[in-house]
Write a protein that binds this ligand. Structure first.
Ligand code: ASP
Length: 453
């Protein structure tokens, strides 16, 4: 039994749905189909989820929603028309969205999540109707009815463990199950979405729940690449990587697969296969628990900008018990996530995602740190990129950091920070955002091109 998930670009038009139908018709072990909301049809097109967010925002601001509402309905209608379907399903979707928009807006987060989730929910109804129209036995299943329960953290839900037991029962249901991605319900019956791109998470939860043999994740690229193809032209594909490597890479900027989606699959030991809907014969990328050793120490290089670092220095910091706790308490009081905290004897750096800070919050944070820690100096640096060099085999290889540092210095990249976890699956380099591309190119050249020469 397999769970198969389709991303939004794989469901954006009638033509794409034909490919989905073909994939399901040729392999009936593809039992559960998880769908995203319709995505972009071409570069510059809008994703339905983004249109829904705009629509909900307008409603919250009491602005006119008519034009954007029509645009959303048109997206579904175009798909149904392309597929020669009965338009009754579109009337149903229109009614549903009208009702949702008329709902109470007292709690904007609750309202926003309901509207966002409708993208997937209505698309699942549409895809199920389409598959039936094509002669397959297919049923839409609502996450509440299936028992997919989550925490009440809006736009950032976490699955509740009891969901897995509930979802196991789906195995008994005949035919194909079409399941909307991206959201679940609280025990009180409220819709809550996962973070953006969270349909990958739904797929992994279902794969775990039904104890699937495989979780297939269909998207619009042939594979996971060793490096971002927007930075290096035609990089190599990765055919197999471990959960840990994928988690590190997606955390650090690889957007092919949601970094939180690996945990449910990993816990149940279910392999994940990333494939291209438009090119299903290409090998794709398999994510597995263990892979046969590779001759290469590095599997991939990821990078992401938008970080800032707070550098704190104080003489004899190493002897001051509770210094770290005080910092973490201040961060917690301001609801700030930190990403890394490399430290020296008398200094420590906190790395944060910049988008969490406003100018005022930044000022308050620095003042609180100064008051509480009485450091010799403290300063914040913006626009930092983190580069992750990832590979399980690094553990067995001597000199990887030296090679990486040499490659970076050879390209005149200034390393602002360096961090290696004890798992030795990744080495992190902090560089200024403007040097990010150059740094990634230098590292790719060192670990992937030179070995071929
Ligand atoms: N439609 C949602 C988003 O755009 C979830 C998903 O596609 O996975 O974030």
């Amino acid at each position: 039994m397999k769970v198969i998930k389709f991303g939004g670009s794989s469901l954006a038009s009638g033509e794409k749905l034909q490919k989905v139908h073909q994939l399901l018709a040729e392999d009936l072990s593809r039992k559960i189909v998880v769908v995203s909301a319709p995505g972009k049809r071409f570069a510059g097109d809008a994703k339905v989820t983004d249109l829904l967010i705009d629509c909900a925002t307008k409603r919250l601001l009491q602005e006119d929603t008519e034009a954007i509402f029509a645009k959303i309905i048109h997206r579904y209608r175009d798909i149904a028309l392309d597929s020669d379907m009965d338009l009754a399903i579109i009337e149903e979707i229109e009614k549903d969205l009208t009702l949702l928009l008329a709902a109470d807006t007292n709690d904007p987060d609750v309202f926003m999540d309901k509207i966002k989730a409708s993208g997937e929910d209505n698309n699942a109804k549409l895809v199920a109707a389409y598959l039936r129209h094509q002669g397959l036995e297919a049923t839409y299943v609502n996450p509440k009815d299936a028992g997919l329960f989550v925490t009440a953290e809006h736009a950032n839900a976490q699955v509740l463990p009891e969901s897995y037991r509930n979802l196991y029962k789906l195995r008994e249901q005949p035919g194909i199950i079409v399941f909307p991605g991206f959201f679940g319900y609280t025990k009180a019956g409220e819709i809550v979405t996962f973070s953006r791109s969270g349909s990958d998470i739904t797929g992994a939860i279902l794969a775990n729940g039904i104890q699937a043999d495989l979780y297939e994740n269909f998207t619009d690229v042939d594979a996971v690449y060793t490096v971002n193809p927007n930075i290096v032209k035609d990089p190599e594909q990765i055919n197999e990587l471990t959960y840990q490597e994928m988690r590190e890479l997606s955390y650090a900027g690889f957007s092919v697969f949601h970094d939180e989606a690996l945990i449910p699959a990993f816990k149940a030991g279910i392999p994940v296969h990333i494939k291209n809907t438009n090119n299903p014969f290409s090998e794709g990328t398999k994510i597995v628990k263990q892979r046969l050793g590779s001759s290469r120490p590095v599997t991939g290089i990821a990078s992401d900008g938008g970080f800032c670092s707070i550098f704190i220095s104080k003489y004899l910091m190493n002897r001051e018990i509770g210094f770290g706790r005080k910092i973490l308490q201040i961060l917690e009081a301001h609801h700030l996530n930190f990403e890394h905290m490399p430290s020296g004897i008398d200094n420590l750096t906190i790395l944060l995602r910049e988008n969490q800070l406003t100018a005022t919050l930044e000022q308050t944070l620095i003042t609180d740190l100064e008051t509480e820690l009485k450091p010799d100096s403290i300063h914040i640096q913006h626009q930092i990129s983190l580069i992750m060099v990832v590979g399980e085999e690094m553990r067995q290889n001597v000199g990887i950091t030296a090679r990486a540092a040499k490659a970076l210095s050879g390209s005149c990249v200034n390393i602002e920070m360096l961090n290696q976890g004890s798992s030795e699956v990744s080495i992190m380099f902090g560089v200024s955002e403007e040097q990010e591309e150059r740094a990634v190119q230098a590292l790719y050249e060192e670990f992937f091109v030179q070995v071929l020469k």
